[in-house]
Ligand binder design. Structure first.
Ligand code: F3S
Length: 408
């Protein structure tokens, strides 16, 4: 690989052992994937924050790196952790888990990573521009940044995203190169998508079929209103990243590269898929029975507009079952300032910051029957939390919390 003088100096250890290790990781990745050089990156989003996912070995790894004086040199921010730092006691999160989790966050802070603790950094003003190289790691954030913003990132692992944050670069391969951003599948959508849950169902079906391919969608009718459109697109991308490993998709006439290149963004030999019904996905994600312990929304993390919508649907009804909506601390504060948080809390709901239903220790807390409007969450909850899941629209989920049971 061709390295600049600065990169060679990092590799030689002239900037300390922590940055030397980071450069070694980047170089090793670059060699494996055939990168010719490094691309400068403008931000890094660090996954692998939850104690539930990385445990003591992960905490030890991060602590070692911090002790080697490794510090970030570009804006870097954290993915959700396993607790809400404000509400964990009130919500009954296990004490030992919470302390370990706080230790992880503190170590990352010591290295200069901002404790945004969200998978939707684009809802809190972190919005990379088209063509910008970044090193993000949470799969739905990666999908959104590549597809909707037109930025360029591979799906980084936690350590490689941190290494990129320390060195300000990442090996130039995969989705950093235009030729690897061409669609591998043409997807003709012949059914109506009526809610963000429907976009999630479509994503679930396509992710299963294309794996780590790049779909080009045709026939999707998107909501006219921008906030609603954003919610639907993030739901689609998150689901495809969960049931498959889709890190980039294009939509005819909508996403930046589809607009810019038209049909030229599709590979000449491309498989064609046709989707006429979402029933198969509904059957796969929604389980039998009426029991619910928890209704959870906000996967990916909710925007202020989604919180407003949830407050509007609840109105002045009271919830019989817990409703937790995952979001970021910044959006929750905005919701507080707007009176939205008070409306949700008055009904008995909670807006959780810093965490989510997949990376929090819900299984350990005895929460088993979970309703959600997120196809990504519905895909992961059975394996990550041992949960039995009900899947439906936002309205159906809120109605379930009000009535205390799931209606099939
Ligand atoms: Fe985000 Fe957690 Fe869903 S990290 S995309 S809310 S699984």
């Amino acid at each position: 690989m061709k390295l600049t003088e600065k990169e060679q100096a990092l590799l030689a250890g002239n900037h300390g052992p922590g940055l030397k290790k980071a450069m070694e990781i980047l170089l090793a990745l670059g060699k494996i994937y055939g990168a010719k050089d490094m691309a400068p990156v403008t931000s890094a989003q660090i996954a692998g924050v939850s104690y539930k996912n990385i445990g003591d070995p992960g905490l030890a790894f991060l602590t070692d790196w911090a002790n080697q004086n490794a510090r970030v040199h570009i804006p870097a921010f954290m993915n959700p952790a396993g607790i809400d730092r404000q509400l964990w006691r009130q919500l009954g999160f296990p004490e030992a888990f919470a302390h370990k989790q706080i230790e992880i966050i503190e170590v990352l802070k010591r290295m200069g990573v901002r404790a945004t603790l969200t998978c939707t950094p684009y809802h809190i003003g972190i919005v990379p521009q088209k063509g910008e190289h970044i090193a993000w790691s949470e799969s739905s954030a990666v999908s959104y940044a590549n597809s909707i913003l037109g930025a360029r990132t591979n799906r980084e692992g936690g350590p490689s995203a941190l290494a990129a944050a320390f060195c300000g670069r990442t090996p130039r391969f995969g989705l950093h190169l235009h030729e690897n951003r061409l669609a591998t599948h043409r997807v003709l959508v012949n059914c109506k998508l009526e809610s963000s849950a429907d976009f999630g169902l479509l994503g679930y079906l396509i992710g299963k079929q294309v794996g780590n391919g790049i779909p080009f969608f045709q026939g999707i009718e998107l909501p006219k209103e921008e906030a609603e459109r954003t919610t639907c697109l993030k739901s689609l991308g998150a689901a495809m990243a969960a049931s498959g490993a889709v890190a980039l998709y294009h939509i005819e006439g909508c996403t930046p590269e589809a607009k810019m290149y038209g049909e030229r963004i599709i590979k000449p030999t491309t498989d064609v898929l046709e989707i006429s019904s979402l029933d198969e996905a509904k059957i796969a994600l929604d389980h039998e029975g009426n029991q619910i312990d928890l209704v959870t929304l906000g996967c990916p993390h909710a925007s202020l507009e989604e919180l407003k919508d949830i407050a509007r649907i609840i109105g002045n009804q009271q919830l019989k079952k817990p409703l937790w909506i995952a979001s970021s601390a910044i959006v929750r504060e905005d919701a507080r300032a707007n009176g939205i948080l008070e409306m949700i809390e008055k009904a008995g709901g909670k807006v959780l910051a810093d965490t989510c239903m997949v990376v929090a220790p819900l299984g350990e807390m005895g929460i088993k029957y979970i309703a959600t409007n997120s196809a990504k969450a519905a895909t992961y909850l059975p394996s990550h939390q041992g949960a039995i899941v009900h899947f439906g629209t936002t309205e159906q989920c809120i109605q379930a919390a009000i009535q205390g049971k799931w209606k099939n």
